[in-house]
Structure formats: C-alpha cells, structure tokens
Write a protein that binds this ligand. Structure first.
Ligand code: 5RP
Length: 241
C-alpha cells in the first residue's frame, strides 16, 4: 500500500470499510468509478478468502468486467430483483448526504441500482465532501435524438432558477463523443452552486429527452470517507422507514 498516492490510500481505506459491511447471503450492488473499483478489488479478496456467498449486480459494464476478471459472478439486476446494499462512489457529498454522481458517466445505471437497494452507502476521499453541491459539474444524461432542443429546455429551466448563462458541455472522452452504457450522451452543467437541488432535479426530470440527472437526493444513508492515514470518517443521515 505504501506505493499508493495519498488519494488512492484514502480511497482504499473507504473501500476496506465498505467491504466490512458486507455479510454472507447479501445481494450487493457494485458501483462505478475508481473508488468503487478499489472496493470491488477488496471485495474479491474477501470472497477469495472463502465463506462469503454473494449475489452481485454491477452499475456499469466497466465494473462488471473488472468484477468478472477478479472472479466475482455478476448477474443482471433483474435476475436478482432487489438488493440489500449498494456500495458506490460519489463526486460530491453534502451534509445531508445528497450527492452529485455521474463523473464516470454511469449515473443512470447507478441510480436504478441504488433505487433497487435497501441501502446506498457511498465511499470517497475527503475531497468529495462539500458544504453545498454544485462546484462539480452536474451530469445530465440525455437521448441523442433532439439533443439541441433538450439543451434549450434545460437552459430555460436554469433561467427560471436564476442560473443563467451557465456552461453546458457535451461530454467527450478521448476526443470522441462519450456514450453511456445505454447509448445516451451526457451534458455536463457547470452551475457553481446548487441552492435548490430538489427543484432542479424535478425540473430536469420533467424535460422530454432527459433520461436522468446526477443529483442523488435522499438516497444515501451512510458515507464512508477514507483518509490517507487509513482512518475512516462515517457521515450518517436518518432515513425514514
Ligand atoms: C460514476 C460515478 C462515480 O462514482 C463518481 O464519479 C466517483 O468516481 P471516483 O471514485 O473515480 O472519484 O458516479 O458515474
């Protein structure tokens, strides 16, 4: 572990703490991104150690590939039906454990998986903890058909919310248009600060052409924030039954 960067040591600490929550017999959702990938590696180590029977669904093709390479069996979410726990990363985490996700482009499958889970636990390094959401761009997954009209609708919504002239970039990766696992594209909204996340989320969801947005509101009940020294801070939120 000493050859890891401080950021990677922090991610690993969070990953180890997350995997400690896993019990035999669980149906588990595996998140996406670099922190979730570290969690998958740590989980595979535990499974290889024996005694842990799990059913796992992945939130992205990339995670499914990594998990399979490491010997974990991945099933379709619908084959499993419902999950006990999903462990995933986040791009921003506010004091109410509202999140921005989708930096890796997997927000749609991540949100479907989280919504099909009894518990969503996020794992992150301390740079992800913020007082208010919005410094990180907000990913919005949209269908390619009618992209420009969808963009106009989003601008109108932002105008109504006094978020005028905010940049909205069509995501590229490696110099090419980025497509999600579902074949959609992503608009990254630079909002600086999101004062009304519920209103913004509801407004985006109401726009035809928007498939999903990266605001995960009232979904997460525990955040495990790792530090380079190996310690882990737990941030919790009361969840109504
Ligand atoms: C992917 C995500 C990731 O969980 C998020 O981007 C965090 O990634 P990382 O752990 O690499 O910082 O939402 O869609």
């Amino acid at each position: 572990m000493s050859d890891l960067s401080p950021a990677d040591r922090a991610k690993d600490a969070a990953a180890v703490a997350a995997v400690a929550l896993v019990e035999s017999g669980m149906r588990l959702g595996l998140g996406s991104g670099s922190t979730a990938a570290q969690m998958v590696r740590r989980l595979a180590e535990r499974v290889q150690g024996g005694g842990l029977q799990l059913r796992c669904a992945a939130t992205s093709r990339a995670t499914a590939e990594l998990a399979t390479q490491l010997g974990l069996v991945i099933e379709d979410l619908d084959e499993i039906g419902w999950l006990d726990l999903t462990l995933d990363g986040a791009d921003e985490i506010d004091p109410d454990l509202n999140l921005i996700k989708g930096g890796g482009g997997a927000l749609l499958r991540e949100k479907i998986t989280a919504a099909a889970s009894d518990r969503l636990v996020v794992i992150a390094d301390p740079t992800k903890v913020v007082e208010q959401l919005g410094a990180y761009h907000l990913p919005v997954e949209v269908v390619p058909f009618g992209l420009e009209t969808t963009r106009v609708h989003i601008h109108k919504l932002l105008d109504q919310m006094d978020l005028t002239h905010r940049p909205m970039l069509l995501r590229n990766r490696d110099g090419k248009l980025f497509h999600t696992d579902e074949g959609n594209v992503i608009l990254d909204l630079s909002l600086e600060v999101i004062c009304e996340p519920e209103r913004l989320g509801a407004g985006l969801t109401a726009i035809p052409g928007v498939v999903e947005h990266g605001l995960f509101l009232d979904m997460c009940e525990l955040a495990l924030i790792g530090s380079p020294d190996g310690s882990v801070m737990e941030l919790t939120r009361e969840v109504s039954a």
